[in-house]
Design a protein around this ligand. Structure first.
Ligand SMILES: [Zn+2]
Length: 192
């Protein structure tokens, strides 16, 4: 996929995630690997619903260096996006969102019960202990989770949400959307 196609796909799925209520307000952040050891990441303080090609920030994966675009700066979570892309050559995109049912389990300190046919096929989701968003501590916990679970596709961030890892933006989006469906079914099943 060319850099232009990658940027377009990231914008399309960021907006879709917002419309689908996988995240609200200005929460969440998406990144995608592009050529030359770089990634594009969504901007700080901009709703994923308002993501556009001209507010994506380009960041060097190894050095975390970036240049502002107009007044836009990268999401405060960009450091761990770069870490994941550096540590996992198989991953081309990282999506962080706060889907309501998934996050309900995360705030209650519970794993999502895997109850359905689709759920049985999922890899275990490593839990990342709580630390404030944008903190060095959270970045370190995420690096540790990736080191300990080199195959994982989704990180479950306690009291926070999830980070989905895919070979491209669409694949990562589908993981995030599926996990939210599993969490919703598990939540509803407990009400019966
Ligand atoms: Zn978040």
């Amino acid at each position: 996929m060319t850099e232009g196609q990658n940027r377009k796909e990231l914008v399309r799925y960021a907006r879709k995630a917002y419309k689908r209520h996988l995240v609200g307000g200005t929460g969440g952040n998406f990144s995608a690997r592009i050529s030359g050891g770089r990634m594009v990441v969504t901007a700080s303080g901009i709703s994923l619903g308002d993501t556009a090609e001209d507010n994506l920030i380009t960041v060097r994966i190894d050095s975390y260096k970036w240049e502002p675009v107009k007044d836009y700066i990268p999401s405060k979570e960009y450091l761990y996006h770069a870490d994941i892309l550096r540590m996992r050559p198989d991953v081309g995109a990282v999506l962080h969102v706060h889907p309501p049912y998934t996050t309900t389990f995360a705030v209650k300190g519970r794993s999502i019960p895997m109850l359905t046919d689709a759920a049985f096929k999922q890899l275990p989701m490593p839990h990342v202990p709580y630390a404030p968003s944008g903190s060095k501590e959270l970045q370190e916990y995420i690096v540790q989770a990736i080191e300990e679970n080199p195959e994982c596709k989704v990180l479950f961030l306690e009291k926070h949400g999830i980070a989905a890892l895919g070979k491209d933006v669409r694949t990562a989006y589908d993981y995030a959307d599926l996990i939210e469906e599993l969490a919703r079914v598990a939540f509803l099943a407990e009400q019966l």
